[in-house]
Write a protein that binds this ligand. Structure first.
Ligand SMILES: [Fe+2]
Length: 325
């Protein structure tokens, strides 16, 4: 019998594919990437990464190579709607022409928010939220694609924000965590440097690493997965299984660090190339799919770290799956 199912990938919103560079010392190319993207004045979106010196270093690399900067370091975890609006105000007032996001998913998503607002002037970040009760791909087409360049410098490994066209924020009024998906929303270039990644605190290492696992796990189980995305997902699961525990306890293990960098960004690529995000991610999102009751209530009020909640949910979902078989 012929299998008449048609597989199509990548999913439209992943195009064009962004540039991803993984390697020791690659963060030092941040000014080159800005020049390549024609950024003359960059808004640096970050949580501040206090005590690491990373933001100062990135700022120094940029300014010493002729890129002016403005720093917005008020991003918090699960970035809040008003933080994104404020970052955009700073962006406009400082007359920036690009974004350099330094950090993990929150910093990158804030940067993506600024780019969305810049492309669709006069709108509020709430206007871009996708809802489950309309065809969301059609709804996404109503907005202009985020063409403003963004260079993402990773300091965590697992959220995959550096390689997806999605952004998540906290709607502080509705107390939910909705998602935005728009064409071209993936950063123009992602710089994933193990030198920075290994500075993560232990708990963030474990949580974000498990986020990478969750993307692969749900991508593998996804009803729209293909052989192509299944292969990527299985490879990620293997890398996380073999390296996350070691990396969590020994951040100076170079091999484990590198593997987790790969696992992070491959997760985003697997999602965009057709696996889609699955039950864990959508349970963390406020309005997109059926898990509304779970999602609207859980992450936002307690401001729980997204990846740690993902870890808990993954385990719960595994238990449910096993019991139903
Ligand atoms: Fe995630």
């Amino acid at each position: 019998m012929i299998n008449k199912k048609v597989f199509q990938f990548p999913i439209m919103y992943t195009l064009p594919m962004n540039k991803i560079a993984i390697g020791w010392g690659v963060h030092e190319t941040v000014a080159d990437e800005c020049k390549a993207a024609n950024i003359k004045k960059a808004l640096i979106t970050t949580t501040g990464l206090k005590g690491t010196g990373i933001v100062d270093e990135i700022n120094q690399i940029l300014t010493s190579q002729g890129i002016s900067t403005e720093i917005f370091d008020k991003v918090t975890s699960n970035p809040k709607d008003y933080e994104i609006m404020e970052a955009y105000k700073v962006f406009k007032e400082a007359e920036c022409d690009g974004v350099v996001s330094v950090g993990g998913g929150s910093s990158h998503d804030c940067g993506k928010g600024v780019r969305i607002l810049d492309a669709n002037k006069g709108k509020h970040i709430h206007d871009f939220v996708l809802h489950k009760d309309v065809p969301w791909m059609e709804e996404a087409k109503k907005h202009k694609p985020a063409t403003l360049p963004q260079i993402a410098v990773n300091t965590t490994a697992g959220t995959a924000a550096e390689s997806t066209c999605a952004a998540q924020f906290t709607d502080t009024k509705r107390r939910t965590k909705p998602v935005i998906i728009l064409p071209c929303l993936a950063p123009t270039a992602a710089l994933i440097d193990p030198l920075l990644i290994r500075l993560m605190p232990q708990n963030i290492t474990a949580w974000t690493g498990f986020d990478a696992f969750a993307h692969a796990f749900e991508g593998f189980l996804s009803r729209i997965h293909s052989n192509y995305t299944a292969a990527i997902s299985l490879r990620i699961i293997k890398m996380v299984a073999e390296n996350l525990r070691e990396f969590t306890y020994n951040r100076m293990n170079n091999n484990a660090c590198e593997r987790m960098c790969w696992a992070s960004t491959m997760g985003g690529i697997a999602i965009g190339f057709g696996a889609g995000a699955g039950i864990v991610s959508f349970c963390l999102v406020g309005t997109l799919v059926g898990g509304v009751t779970v999602t609207g209530l859980m992450p936002a009020p307690f401001d729980l770290y997204n990846a740690s909640l993902g870890a808990v949910l993954s385990l719960a979902i595994v238990i449910i799956f096993v019991r139903r078989r």
